[in-house]
Structures are given as structure tokens and as C-alpha cells.
Design a protein around this ligand. Structure first.
Ligand code: CAO
Length: 423
């Protein structure tokens, strides 16, 4: 049994943010029916294609464990199919541009009237306000949510991060909202609207920076590299690789850094292990020197301290440094490349990195469910081909009879279902 067995999702999502959400729900056992435009499908099927005419990794890695039905939701017969799906499903998830679902005729009032138990879950770029009508992609959300202005080095421009905090981060938030709404429905019997704006999702992940904005009113941010010699303006500056928490940290070079762009380690000068750090790096005198012994005394000298520690880390590979530092409980982390992560056996063992077989692509690597549950194991099943399950959903989920299916097919509302080559 899986946690969300019996929950059926009408998945109107596309690109990354929404599909992340519905993929998670599918991993927990929900029956996710992805609605796609006939002949076109989710635009990501054809984006960043590495193999011609084969669903891209962009698509396959965000749409595992789902079924695909092609329906033209603007065709009257297609609308009938969607309405029937709304009446059969528990949740409708969408991340269209603002107003697109309403223009299709599926306003909250209409959805609620068709199925009062349905939860309608939406992602938009912005919440109500000056930008509510804007279309938004990942990096726009990172910029508007406070991430870009606080990422990078002080003497450089704002930077976006590789982690997809705008898209995948917002999908995660939405998934939690959906599960909560379903939980509430158990008590009330009635669905509700759940909305997450990408700007809000990013800001939620940048909460510590809004913390720092308020600390700034009371003096310089002493853990930032700008302290004590640089200038602080009236907004939180970019902190380089400084730690966002109360323990100073920085990225330091390791052996081989001249040729390997990832020969680095993140090193945290955690106060409780300061004396061990001093011993490991060969500076035992710092243990008793009043200029170094206590955290406040170290704050103005962090650059010099990290430079000294780096002299030690540069004599070790990042993995050797990690082994040594861990023996002393000194918090640190190697900078792992995607190649190293892909090859890491322990991630394969836990199902966090999985090999998936696909009928037209062959085998590829994906990220499995990072949330592990003891009584709801996730198995990663390949993404559906475009319209692969159209016939089965009309027949088995909606229980339409052959005559009705023929009528819908003749209307052009569902296109031509494609079947898996290997099945
Ligand atoms: N049948 C018929 N029409 C369909 C359909 C279907 N099955 N599925 C989608 N469409 C139509 C929509 O109704 C819409 O038509 P109208 O503009 O006439 O109403 C049209 O396809 C395009 O939808 P869209 O505007 O959402 O798509 P886009 O490619 O222009 O914009 C995006 C993409 C992501 C910018 C926009 O959807 C958006 O801002 N979404 C909210 C924020 C979000 O999730 N962003 C993350 C994207 S991942 O980086």
C-alpha cells in the first residue's frame, strides 16, 4: 500500500513547477492523469532533446509514474472529457499562465459546482499585486523572491542558483498544500483552492535573508565577508560562500584545484570543535590565544582564518579532508560534481538516484523520491508517452462506452493515441 492510494489527480501541469508537484504525489501512490494537448503535449517533451524524436530528459525526469491522456480542452467534446475527469478526480493541479484555466471555462466556481470535493491547486508566478498577470519562469522567480540579490559575491552581479528553487521548490510547497487540503476534506467533505506563487515559495526558502535584512538595522552582519572592512548598504548584500547560519563557513581549495573545478570543500568553523580544528590544521596555539580562542574574537579575522585552514585543505583531496575532519566531528562537505553524484553508490542504494528504462530512449538516470517513508515505498516508473493512456482512461476511468469514445475521436478532441513501442 502507498500513502496516497485511492487519490486521483487531474494533472494539467506543464514545464517544471507543476510536474514536480504531481510527480511527488504519484510517487506516494496517487493516480496522476496528465492532460496534454493532442499532437503537442507538454512543451518540455521537445525541449533540450538529446536524442531526436525521443522525449527529452527534461520531460522524462519530471513525469514519472503518471498516465497521459491527450485532450483538446478548447474543443466542446474535449471539454466534456475534462468535465467528466473533474467529476472523477480528487485534485486538479495546474500551472498555466494567469487566467488560462478560466479561459478554458474551468473557473473555480465551475470546478466546485462540478465536484464540490475537488481541490483546485495552482501555481502562478506572483500572488495578487502589481505582477499578478505576468508569466514566470524559474529564474524570474529567483530574482523576484530575493534569491538572486543575495547570491554571488559582493563585487559581482546578482546570481541565480542551479537548484531550481523557483520551479521545483514551488512544486514542493504545492504538494504540501494539496495533502493538507485533502486532510481537511476528510473532516469537511469539501474541497478548496490551494495556490502558491513562485515569488512566495522562493522567499520562503530565503527566509534567513529577510532575517538578515532586519538585523542590518542594528549593525553590520558580522559573519559576512564584508565585515569588518567592507561597507554595508541598506539591503542585505551578497555573502559569497559565507554560511547562512550562526557558524562561519567558506569554500576552500583542496588538492588538485588547479585542474579540477570541483576540488573544493565546504568548511565550517563550528565553535564547539574549534580546538580540534586548531589541532588538525597545525595551529594549536590558536586554542589559547585570546585573538582566536572565542567566536566573537574570530569574526573580524575569518578571512585570514579560512586562508590558513585552506593551506591545510590544499594538501588533501576533498575526500581525504572529509575523512580526517569527520573523525573530529568537524562539519564539512565535499563539493560534489554531478558526475560524482551520478556515480555515487550510496545514492543508488537508497533509490535517490535510479536507473529507469524507457521504450524509445533506453536506460537513463533520474532522481528518485527524496522523501523516504517506512510504509509507503516509492518505485520510479517511466514517464508516459504522449497520449499513451488516452483510450484506457476513457474506457476504464470514465467508463465511456465505445460509441461515445468513437464520437469523441471523430471530433478531433483527443488526437491519435500513441502506444508504447515496446508494449
Ligand atoms: N488543450 C487546449 N489548449 C491548451 C491545453 C490543452 N490540453 N493545454 C494548454 N492549452 C492552452 C492554454 O489554455 C493557453 O491558451 P490561452 O492563452 O489561449 O488561454 C495556452 O495553451 C498556453 O498556456 P500558457 O500561457 O500557460 O503557456 P505558455 O507556454 O505561454 O507559458 C508559462 C508558460 C510557464 C510561462 C506559464 O504557463 C506560466 O506563467 N505559468 C505559471 C507559472 C509557472 O508555473 N511557471 C513555471 C514554469 S517552469 O519554469
Amino acid at each position: 500500500m502507498k500513502a496516497l492510494d485511492g487519490v486521483r489527480i487531474l494533472d494539467f501541469t506543464h514545464v517544471q513547477s507543476g510536474p514536480t508537484c504531481t510527480q511527488l504525489l504519484a510517487w506516494f501512490g496517487a493516480d496522476v492523469i496528465k492532460v496534454e494537448r493532442p499532437g503537442v503535449g507538454d512543451i518540455t517533451r521537445g525541449q533540450l532533446q538529446d536524442i531526436p524524436k525521443v522525449d527529452s530528459l527534461y520531460f522524462t525526469m519530471l513525469n514519472h509514474n503518471k498516465r497521459s491522456i491527450t485532450v483538446d480542452s478548447k474543443n466542446p467534446k474535449g471539454k466534456e472529457v475534462i468535465e467528466a475527469l473533474i467529476q472523477t478526480c480528487d485534485v486538479l493541479v495546474e500551472n498555466f499562465a494567469p487566467g488560462a484555466l478560466d479561459r478554458m471555462g474551468f473557473t473555480w466556481e465551475r470546478v466546485h459546482a462540478l465536484n464540490p470535493r475537488m481541490v483546485l491547486a495552482s501555481i502562478k508566478g506572483f500572488g495578487p499585486g502589481p505582477y499578478e498577470d505576468c508569466k514566470v519562469y524559474e529564474n524570474v522567480a529567483q530574482c523576484a523572491g530575493g534569491s538572486a540579490s543575495t547570491t554571488g559575491f559582493d563585487d559581482g552581479p546578482p546570481l541565480v542558483t542551479g537548484a531550481q528553487i523557483g520551479d521545483s521548490g514551488t512544486g514542493l510547497h504545492l504538494a504540501l498544500g494539496i495533502v493538507c487540503a485533502l486532510f481537511q476534506r476528510n473532516a469537511t467533505g469539501v474541497g478548496q483552492k490551494v495556490s502558491v506563487a513562485m515569488q512566495d515559495g522562493v522567499l520562503n526558502l530565503c527566509r534567513v535573508k529577510l532575517r538578515d535584512q532586519q538585523r542590518l538595522a542594528h549593525g553590520p552582519l558580522t559573519e559576512f565577508p564584508q565585515y569588518p572592512n567592507g561597507k554595508f548598504g541598506d539591503a542585505v548584500p551578497r555573502a559569497g560562500n559565507a554560511s547562512g547560519g550562526g557558524q562561519p563557513g567558506w569554500i576552500l581549495k583542496c588538492k588538485g584545484w588547479e585542474i579540477d573545478p570541483n576540488a573544493y570543500i565546504y568548511f565550517i568553523c563550528q565553535a564547539p570543535v574549534w580546538e580540534k580544528i586548531c589541532d588538525v590544521i597545525g595551529k594549536p596555539e590558536w586554542k589559547t590565544d585570546s585573538d582566536y580562542a572565542k567566536p566573537p574574537a574570530r569574526l573580524p579575522k575569518l578571512k585570514q582564518i579560512f586562508d590558513t585552514i585552506e593551506q591545510w585543505t590544499m594538501t588533501k583531496t576533498k575526500f581525504d579532508a572529509m575523512d580526517i575532519l569527520n573523525k573530529y566531528d568537524i562539519p564539512c562537505g565535499p563539493i560534489l560534481s554531478m558526475k560524482e553524484i551520478a556515480e555515487e553508490q550510496s545514492l543508488r542504494d537508497t533509490g535517490t538516484v535510479v536507473e529507469v528504462d524507457h521504450p524509445t530512449r533506453g536506460t537513463y538516470l533520474s532522481v528518485g523520491n527524496p522523501i523516504k517513508m517506512s510504509a509507503s515505498a516509492s518505485e520510479v516508473k517511466r514517464s508516459p508517452l504522449l497520449g499513451e493512456h488516452t483510450a484506457e482512461i476513457l474506457r476504464d476511468v470514465l467508463r465511456f462506452d465505445p460509441a461515445r469514445i468513437a464520437e469523441i475521436e471523430a471530433s478531433g478532441a483527443i488526437g491519435a493515441p500513441v502506444r508504447a513501442a515496446a508494449e
